[in-house]
Structures are given as C-alpha cells and as structure tokens.
Design a protein around this ligand. Structure first.
Ligand code: SAH
Ligand code: SF4
Length: 414
C-alpha cells in the first residue's frame, strides 16, 4: 500500500493553512538575505556616515544572522535613532509559514507563502508556495531548501517539473528558509528546542543544508550564491561549506561558477547512464549530454577524494535499475571522486513510474558497493507527512545490513 494523505498516520501538530484570500504581501522589504555590501549601501541610503558603515554592518550582521532577531528593538548595540529609522522602512521577516507538519520520526515540513510576480502591489495578490523540509538524525539535522517556485525543467519523474508557475526565489527567501527553520526549531543561541519529534544531539538542530527542494539552483545562481555565502559566513549562521550541498540536474555552464563562487559540495542528478534514457528522464540532457556533464564534474573546483561529488540515481522499476545499468554506472564514474546515492522513487499522482523493488535496489547497490563505493540508499523519512520537497526524499544515510532489513520490512508492509 502506498502512503497517501488519506491513510497516512496522524502527524502532529498541524497549523491550518490560512485561506488564500487573507494573504497580505509584506509592505516593507526585509533585511534578511542582504549581503554585507548590500547592508552597507542601505545604511548609506538611510544617512549613516561612510566611516561608520563597516562597524554598523558588523553589528547588524550579528543581530540578524548570529542572534536571529526578528525585530530591531532588541539590537542594543545600535543607536535608538538608527533602530527607529530601520524599523520604519524595513522588517526582519522570514517567509510566511502557512502549514507545518511534524512526522512521528521528527521530520518537519513547512509550506511557505511568498509574494507573487507583482510583488508588493496590494492585498489579494496571488502568492506562490514553496516547501522546506527538516530531517533530523541522531548526529545531524539536514534542512532541504528550495531555490525556485516550481521548475522550468521537466524531468519526467519529478513532480515539481509539472508545476506551471515558476519564479526564482530571492536570496532573502532562500536564507529566510534557514532562518524560519531555526526559529521553529529553537536553533538560535539561548532559544528553546521543541519537545516534540527527534532533534539531533549536539549543539545545533540544523547542521547541514541541501539545495534539493523545489527548483534548479543553477538556474538561479546569483541568488543561491549570495544566500549560501550568508549561511556559511562564520560571523552569522556559520554552517560550513562542507555541510552545504547544491544539487543540479546538470546545468553544465554554471557548475564551474558554483564551485568557484560558492565552494560548496556538489550533487549531480544523473539517474541514467545512457544519453538516450537520460534525454527522457532529464530532458536538459539534450542540451548538456552525459559526457559534457561528467567533464564538468572532473573539473569542479576543489574536487578531490576528500571532497567528492555525489551522484544521485533515482531507482525506477524496469527503467534504469538493471544490473547492467549498475555496472555501466561504476564504469562511467571511474576516475571521478564520487559518492553514489540511490534514491527510491517517490511516486506522485499521475506519475508514470514505479519505484524499483527493494530486492533490485539491494542488488544494484551491491554492484556499486563492490566497486568500492559506499552505497547509501536514502531512507524514506517522514512518510506520514509525505515529506517530499516537490517529491524529495530525505537526507542520505549509510545503512547497515540490519537497517536495510528493517527498511525492507517497512517497504513490504507499506
Ligand atoms: N533541481 C535539482 C534539485 C532539486 S531535486 C536537481 O534536479 O538536482 C532534488 C533531487 O530529488 C534530485 O536528484 C531529483 O532528481 C530528485 N527527485 C525528484 N523527483 C523525485 C521523485 N519523485 N522521487 C525521488 N527523487 C526525486
Ligand atoms: Fe527541476 Fe530537479 Fe525536478 Fe528536474 S528533478 S524538474 S531539475 S526540480
């Protein structure tokens, strides 16, 4: 049986989705997502003398990104006048949360509402919606972040690709997802952690970020870059670039830029070993075929055995899951410092594929393992809340034989 909204076990708590007609777009811009240079320019515009700007930027940075303040009043190191001036013109708002689902396994999914195309033109404007998912583990907490509303690419197995509306998120809306999640998880200094669900041990709820939500991050590279550099900044949120992974379907010309300008970890949605099949699964392959994509991976700035590229491979029954495919996959990746993630296909209403049988995933994974790759299979998480960023599954996890057995049992009863 497939888990659906109807038969999913109850997830608690749930914030009722606010009716669309009550949506009021923000009337003031938020400072969340501004880079240091943008903050300095803005301070100049509100009359802060040039000699003071650097110091003021540092103060604001600390309050916004290290402490996570949501209002200007508590910024005690900033003069009263400047606080008032800023509060009059700006906010520190994050994207509006319209629904929150908490799975019995601690996975959380938020639905966020963002202004539509004609941002800020008035009440009643039709907003956009994106998802953000938090996946806790004992040793880490991963936040899956969206980069676009919908996606212009139309991968045939992906639900996001069927959504009509597409717009790039701003850097503020991308950083805002991280800030919103830290608010909800009590992940700011001195804040209180939630008592429901699983939270990782250690001093951070969110230790890892994956750009694997809705959208193609390399089609929104400038905003994604600004956002990720803010998230990685050591004076603020300070999540190491080694713990930030950007996933792309293969926008070859922007892969090098991502490495040079962001320097985060790279994941590539490969899914097929032959161009003919990949053209069908990931139509962008017609533009940038496998050989070009792998060449860009070989040249990814900083790539090494210590900084491997993750190749994602969605397991589609009878389509790309044969043992020959597995052998071809390890041949294809020879010489590239790589990790391979096998993702059980997450079906959605109307999709034409099925997930490979668990036995087949195991056989496939054995070939990959025998070739010297750890072959983690993404554990299905948050099933009761359908935790999928546009059908995304969970963070990766290496599975022990015992866990595989448990998972197999789960897959059978599912
Ligand atoms: N656009 C980017 C990042 C978002 S998708 C990309 O394609 O890489 C994140 C991952 O989820 C990708 O590997 C994508 O192929 C995979 N995915 C999409 N739909 C899926 C589904 N229905 N089941 C399993 N994985 C899926
Ligand atoms: Fe877009 Fe990625 Fe989905 Fe393809 S898999 S449609 S690139 S979000």
């Amino acid at each position: 049986m497939t888990t659906t909204i109807e038969n999913a076990p109850a997830a608690v708590p749930f914030i009722e989705k606010a009716p669309l007609e009550r949506y009021v777009p923000p009337d003031k811009p938020s400072l969340v997502g501004l880079t240091r240079a943008q903050l300095a320019a803005l301070l100049g515009a509100v009359g802060v003398a040039e000699a003071q700007r650097k110091m003021r930027v540092q103060q604001l940075w600390h309050w916004i990104y290290f402490r996570g303040l949501t209002s200007f009043e508590a910024m005690t190191s900033v003069s009263k006048e400047l606080r008032a001036e800023l509060a009059q013109r700006f906010t520190l708002d994050r994207p509006e949360v319209v629904a929150e689902l908490v799975s019995v396994d601690g996975t959380r999914k938020w639905l966020l509402r963002l202004p539509g195309e004609t941002q800020g033109t008035g009440i009643g404007e039709r907003p956009h919606e994106v998802e953000c998912v938090y996946i806790p583990d004992t040793d880490r907490g991963t936040l899956c972040v969206s980069s676009q509303v919908g996606c212009t690419l139309t991968c045939s197995f992906c639900h996001t690709g069927t959504q009509r509306l597409v717009r790039n998120l701003t850097a503020g809306e991308i950083v805002g997802q991280v800030m919103m999640a830290r608010d909800r998880l009590g992940d700011w200094p001195g804040a209180t952690r939630p008592t429901d669900g699983v939270v990782p041990t250690g001093n951070r709820c969110i230790s890892n970020i994956v750009m694997m939500g809705m959208g193609e991050p390399l089609y929104n590279l400038d905003a994604v870059r600004d956002a990720l550099l803010i998230v990685a900044d050591g004076d603020g949120i300070a999540i190491s670039k080694r713990r930030i992974t950007l996933s792309t379907s293969g926008v070859v010309p922007n892969i090098e830029r991502a490495g040079a300008e962001i320097g985060c970890m790279l994941a590539v949605s490969l899914h097929a070993v032959r161009d003919e099949l990949r053209n069908e699964l990931v139509p962008l392959n017609r533009k940038y075929p496998i050989a070009q994509l792998l060449e860009a991976c070989r040249n990814y700035p900083g790539v090494s055995n210590a900084k491997r590229i993750t190749f994602e491979y969605v397991m589609l029954k009878g389509v790309n899951d044969s043992i020959d495919d597995a052998k071809a996959l390890v041949r294809l990746l020879k010489g590239i410092p790589a990790k391979i993630n096998l993702i059980p296909f997450n079906p959605w209403p109307g999709s034409k594929y099925e997930c490979s049988d668990w036995e087949q995933i195991e056989k496939f994974s054995q070939v990959v393992f025998d070739a010297g790759y750890a072959s983690p299979v993404r554990t299905p998480r948050g099933r009761d809340i359908l935790a999928a960023c546009g059908q995304l599954k969970s963070a990766t996890e290496k599975l022990s034989a015992r866990e595989r057995m448990a998972l197999r049992a789960m897959a059978m009863t599912d």
